[in-house]
Design a protein around this ligand. Structure first.
Ligand code: CP
Ligand code: NVA
Length: 303
């Protein structure tokens, strides 16, 4: 049987996403109560990191340990991946030894090629095009603070990047309005935009995008792999900083989210990210709970 993969949020149906969000909150509660829940005893997750990480690595590793399993960290520096072994061969080998694989990489095609040759589920831990695990955490966080995202207005302020793409897929899946304020030349993928059926739209003016928003989200101006563009991007993105003035345009009870790591004074002012509307620490914590729900679902569904 073909393994079930999680490469993009759109790999889930609405029903599956709703289930994962309910389960994530249950697992969080169990964890809070100190109840051991170890359905993945003996199961092993392989984690391939071709880019840096704090949250993704720790949440997956801690999550597997809490579920009774274990995780192996692999980087190109100390595996044959960095010495040119084909992705397809690596997938064939790793998936004969492991129960599930998480990959953080550059091109999304690398994930797709790996998944096509893997016997076990493959999870996207971030590619240049998508960051679906972060969306699981963001959606859980919104639900915990404000309830369903359905019918809400979300403002994405910044680059039309991997996070923006995953927000676009979330808008289509959960039926909320996504207004994307990005500079000309930094648009998200227009094909993906078309597939949101009008739920996502581009709005150059961040003030207009933020007007009456229930949630304001941003991300770094230069993503991993774009370090050379940092200085040039700072000039272009300057008007796209999330400031108190932007938050004042949003609804009175609007929340602020950022996947982290954040750069205060660049994409967000300190008074916003450290202010009362910011839920970034809950958002970071929920990576753990949401991914535990995902791992449990992917692995136990296989049985
Ligand atoms: N948000 C996120 O994915 O963080 P890391 O890069 O630290 O994993
Ligand atoms: N867009 C950022 C997200 C980091 C979690 C990047 O790709 O570097």
């Amino acid at each position: 049987m073909q393994a079930r993969h999680f490469l993009a949020l759109s790999d889930l149906t609405r029903t599956e996403l709703d289930f994962l969000m309910r389960r994530a909150r249950e697992l969080k509660q169990l964890q809070r109560e100190g109840n051991l829940h170890q359905p993945l005893r003996g199961r092993v997750l392989g984690m391939v990191f071709e880019k840096s990480s704090t949250r993704t690595r720790v949440s997956f590793e801690a999550g597997m340990a809490q579920l009774g399993g274990s995780a192996i960290f692999l980087s190109p520096r100390d595996s044959q991946l960095g010495r040119g072994e084909p992705v397809e061969d690596t997938a064939r080998v790793l998936s004969r030894m492991l129960d599930v694989v998480m990959i953080r990489t550059f091109g999304h095609d690398i994930l797709e090629r790996f998944a096509a040759h893997s016997r076990v589920p493959v999870i996207n831990g971030l590619s240049d095009s998508h960051h679906p695990c972060q969306l699981l955490a963001d959606i859980q966080t919104y639900i915990e603070h404000r309830g369903s995202l359905e019918g809400k207005r979300v403002a994405w302020i910044g680059d039309g990047n991997n996070m923006c793409h995953s927000y676009m897929e979330a808008a289509a899946l959960l039926d909320f309005e996504l207004r994307i304020a990005c500079p000309d030349g930094f648009d998200p993928d227009h094909g993906l935009l078309d597939r949101t059926d009008g739920r996502a739209s581009i709005e150059r003016d961040p003030m207009v995008a933020a007007t009456d928003a229930d949630l304001v989200v941003t991300d770094v101006w230069a993503s991993m792999g774009q370090e050379d563009e940092q200085t040039a991007r700072e000039a272009v993105f300057e008007p796209y900083r999330v400031t108190s003035a932007i938050m004042a345009q949003a609804a009175d009870d609007a929340l602020f989210m950022h996947c982290l790591p954040a750069h205060r004074g660049e994409e967000v002012d300190a008074e916003v990210i450290d202010g009362p509307q910011s839920v970034v620490w809950d958002e970071a914590e929920n990576r753990l709970h949401a991914q535990k729900a995902l791992l449990e679902w992917l692995l136990l569904d296989e049985d």
